[in-house]
Design a protein around this ligand. Structure first.
Ligand SMILES: [Zn+2]
Length: 646
């Protein structure tokens, strides 16, 4: 296996009409806003207390721990987003703030390397006794991701050294006799330990990651038996009927064929399995990853790249069970799906995984954040009737408007770190050449055969399928340009140095060689807006259609189409009309469709049930990208529309 490397974020500049309005939000709005929330200074937002927890654990303040057992991870993800952001937008003030925060974290670390403020404050001396619920290894993983990212960008070792001491302690504890079979309840540490191995070259971190993966699901089941240990105490009341499939530990990972359980845990695990499969040359582990990706994308994923449909326990349910109104589809789960798929593309050189990553990024991840960067979705439904999203009902988990913050605030900083590291999805590199995955205007600097080059990309993708790429540099470039041909493309053409060419395509990448300074590659992808249907086994979408243009899924909003969107039927025989609107939603392509509204005539006023007949009145439909819904007036939203009978 030859793994493709993501290009360094320092070498990538994104300046793109589709992505700018989100990526540029990160340093300008999201990072300062999230800093305020972590310090509890946003009025009306759920309190976080996350920074104070570290200060209390460090002895700098007195007080009680507040928040969830995994509160520390919000600070870690914020730091990771800061690191990525500093890599392309240096900011001395922000770096100082990060350094000061890291100093507090370092001060909270225990002499043996242990670091988790919930347990330091609440149960000092008792660590790793409840892995099923405790999240210590999850928080440790996020801190390692922050520490390695911050070191790579700034060269500063303080947080990296904290993480090394913490990881050394973990390697020690989890090779003691009482923890020899122990695994994390919430996966995350595994992929983080691989990152620590990559930065330090210390094999023991890779081995610990592999041990955690190999141990998972073996008998006797550590997580199931843990509660029988003396002194074990429950943290979450709703975990009393814990079952091993919830944490993907009901069977060894190489025997898993179906994505099960908590969706975020699942995709973090699969990401680490892909990493370890690569480093350990483990074909059976890679085969398991391929099977799990197929299962997700063929039976368990929303058209928006959302996964984990159950509002209870944030988990996968059964095949084709993808309810629209009651969808859970946590933002973090789509972040994790993108992380998993990126790794799979890097290992297999197969573009099909990037199709899934792109779907998750362009729809659910972007929907998770408002266009002002100050409110967020945790849950991502595909149909909303705001009045029905009531507390103490089965739709309690669905919020019809983005929230300023959450008591369980995993998603907002996860979206921030993903947007700040978008460049890692855009380009890969290896001996063969530069791999262009996402079509994003901007530049990437390269060193090929000791010579410097810059690739400039100009495009209005995904609202337009034309992509222009120009190479500048020191003469002839070593290697090829490998351009992804997404699976949704109807047709494509390449013009290289002014000549139309038909490049060879392997696993979804077109290879273009012989490029030198000044050469241009023009690609035209045909990506018209189109109606799509779902497999009839997907009951929630039976008799319905959605509209997609390239990777972007569209939706109806009440603002454009009136209320009661269930009355609308789309006429799939009529053409779809695309219009770019500079003035709308920060600039967007909207879709005009034809359809009708069903009404019942003859039903007496005020009569809930009665005899009548259905009539259909013509209606013009306007659709906006699903990612942009709820950025205007609060109202109904619908992705899957009823289809007009022909
Ligand atoms: Zn989340």
């Amino acid at each position: 296996m030859d793994r493709l490397r993501s290009c360094s974020l320092r070498d990538i500049r994104i300046d793109d009409p589709f992505w700018n309005k989100y990526t540029q939000l990160v340093p300008r709005e999201v990072i300062p806003y999230q800093w305020s929330t972590l310090n509890d200074s946003v009025e009306g937002a759920e309190p976080s207390h996350a920074i104070r927890n570290f200060r209390i654990a460090a002895g700098m303040e007195t007080g009680d721990f507040y928040g969830f057992v995994f509160q520390d991870s919000d600070v870690a993800k914020w730091l990771e987003a800061v690191a990525y952001s500093l890599s392309w937008q240096p900011d001395a003030g922000l770096e100082k703030r990060a350094d000061d925060t890291i100093a507090v974290i370092a001060a909270a670390q225990q002499p043996d390397g242990y670091l988790d403020t919930y347990f330091i404050i609440n149960t000092p001396g008792r660590e790793f006794f409840n892995l099923q619920e405790g999240h210590e290894l999850y928080c440790a993983g996020h801190m390692i991701e922050a520490g390695t990212a911050y070191y790579k960008v700034t060269g500063k070792r303080t947080l990296l050294d904290v993480c090394i001491r913490m990881a050394d302690h973990i390697c020690d504890v989890f090779h003691r006799p009482d923890h020899l079979a122990a695994v994390p309840g919430h996966e995350e540490i595994e992929l983080a330990l691989v990152k620590l191995y990559e930065v330090t070259g210390q094999e023991k971190y890779l081995k610990m990651a592999k041990d955690f993966i190999d141990r998972r699901g073996q008998e006797p089941n550590y997580l199931e038996n843990e509660s029988k240990n003396p002194g074990w105490t429950q943290i979450f009341a709703n975990m009393q009927d814990y079952s091993a499939d919830y944490s993907q530990s009901d069977r060894p990972v190489r025997m898993q064929t179906r994505a099960e359980g908590h969706a975020v845990r699942a995709v973090y695990l699969y990401s680490a399995m892909a990493d370890v499969a690569y480093y350990a040359h483990d074909e059976s582990l890679l085969a398991a990853c391929e099977r799990l990706w197929e299962d997700i994308t063929q039976r368990q994923m929303y058209i928006t790249g959302g996964i984990g449909s159950s509002g209870i326990l944030e988990r996968f349910t059964t095949d084709y069970h993808l309810p629209n109104e009651g969808a859970y589809a946590e933002s973090c789960a789509s972040v994790g799906l993108a992380l998993f798929c990126r790794r799979m593309s890097q290992i297999t050189h197969d573009a099909k995984y990037m199709d899934t990553a792109e779907t998750a990024l362009c729809n659910t991840v972007l929907a998770g954040i408002a266009q002002d960067g100050k409110s967020f979705f945790y849950v991502n439904p595909l149909a909303v009737w705001p009045e029905a999203c009531m507390k103490h009902t089965s739709l309690e988990h669905v919020k019809p408007v983005r929230q300023k913050w959450f008591s369980c605030a995993c998603c907002p900083p996860n979206i921030a770190r993903t947007l700040a590291s978008l460049g890692e999805y855009c380009y890969f590199e290896n001996e063969e050449g530069l791999w262009v995955n996402l079509f994003v205007s901007g530049q990437v600097d390269l060193l090929r055969g000791g010579k410097k080059f810059t690739l400039t990309v100009k495009t209005r993708f995904p609202f337009d399928g034309s992509v222009s790429m120009t190479i500048r540099g020191e003469g002839a470039m070593d290697g090829k340009l490998m351009v992804r041909i997404p699976s949704y493309v109807k047709a494509y053409s390449f013009t290289v140095k002014g000549q139309e060419t038909r490049p060879e395509v392997e696993k979804g990448y077109a290879a273009i060689g012989g490029l030198s300074d000044g050469d241009t590659v023009e690609v035209k992808f045909s990506i018209p807006a189109e109606y799509v249907h779902a497999d009839p086994k997907l009951r929630a979408d039976e008799g319905r259609v959605a509209i997609r243009k390239g990777p972007v899924v569209y939706c109806l909003e009440e603002t454009d189409n009136g209320d009661n969107l269930e009355q609308i039927l789309a006429d799939t025989a009529a053409p779809l009309c695309e219009e770019y609107r500079e003035d709308l939603l920060g600039g967007t392509l909207i879709i005009h469709a034809e359809g009708c509204r069903s009404m019942i005539e003859g039903l007496p006023e005020g009569c809930l049930y009665g005899t009548g007949h259905t009539v259909y009145r013509p209606a013009e439909l306007t659709l906006v990208p699903y990612a942009y819904w709820d950025n205007r007036k609060t109202g109904e939203m619908q992705v899957w529309m009823r289809e007009k009978f022909h």
